[in-house]
Write a protein that binds this ligand. Sequence first.
Ligand SMILES: Nc1nc2c(ncn2[C@@H]2O[C@H](COP(=O)(O)OP(=O)(O)O)[C@@H](O)[C@H]2O)c(=O)[nH]1
Ligand SMILES: [Mg+2]
Length: 374
Amino acid sequence: MKIVIVIPTYNEADNIGRLADVLQQEFLKRSQHDFHILVVEGNSPDGTAEVVREKMKNNPNIHLLMEKVKAGLGAAYVYGFKEAMNELKADVIVEMDADFQHDPKDVVRIVDEIDNGYDYVIGSRFTKGGSIPDEWAFKRKFFSVGGNIFSKIVLGIFDVNDFTSGFKASRVKGFVDKLPLEAILSQGFAYKIDLLFKMHRLGAKIKEVPIKFGLRDRGDSKMEKNNLRDSLRVVVTLRYNENKNFVRFLVVGGIGFIVDAGLFNIFRISVLSSRDSAVASGFVAMIVTFLLNNYWSFGERKIDGVQKKVLGFILYIVSSFIPIAVRSRLVGFSVSTFGDTALVSNTAFLIGIIFGLIWNFTVYSKIIWKVNKR
Ligand SMILES: Nc1nc2c(ncn2[C@@H]2O[C@H](COP(=O)(O)OP(=O)(O)O)[C@@H](O)[C@H]2O)c(=O)[nH]1
Ligand SMILES: [Mg+2]
């Protein structure tokens, strides 16, 4: 496989050359792979680019991508990802810092898990065997650990412990090439949470490999002051966007009801019997809601092609009958058990509706409009 290590740099002249040397030695341990280093340079004033150019003279697997200006970590990675995919034709992309906080000796351990079939391998500080530096001030530890717990709960992803690790490997085919890189939610550090969430939603098989996050070797941290707020914003935005599907699904349901009831009456007083009208209006409402769900509620994962649409629609009709059948059973059971009163039947009916909403939304979001892995 072609493996590209993307390393963003800003004022890393003291580190990048030494890091490249160590990495080259590490690459020899997995000679079955074709390793490359892609430095994304934020136009550092300290001559980082010169150091890289010097290395490139004798190392054809080292590449340099120059940014016009330092635009943040997320922006640097997006630039690097695109180059790695489109120009270098990477099969696997590794993200890593230039300052030795990530031990270059861990690269092969991380890549090994891709070989083992995982799609997204996270060098994790918060899994058994991983660690953050003892030297960190309490405040930094607190925000690092606390931020991860917060992300975990709000995003509902419980099989990941380190949401902000900058050391990881991603499979390109089916994963990085499906990420909406243009619409990255943060140009800074918080891009990590965004991409992790989206990889998870793409159904990546995720593996955490414990790493000991070290102290920066030389040079200064470029940690932005607003990282914490920015991360918070990304987590909340991701959650909201997820619920947007649900809100839209409810609106479509409401529209479906209006269409159904309206057409029922139009058909009934014009051409059809009441019985036939109920079938016809229901069918039209199904088509309308299916299309609205396709182009709006789940628009970002819409079904393309007539054949797939027809299949999706059949599934849509079949699955929609299940909660209706369950509801009628529930109402029948309730009135025969608790008495045939308005309260009993309406309570049962309402429970049936709630079940129907959960059922339909689950089927729509997990099956019919599941996140695409084409
Ligand atoms: N190209 C580019 N690289 C950056 C930028 N910000 C940070 N880096 C690099 O990204 C890596 C991580 O940044 P670092 O300052 O170590 O962050 P910290 O470990 O959180 O203090 C390092 O290799 C930096 O040189 C940026 O805006 N542009
Ligand atoms: Mg660092």
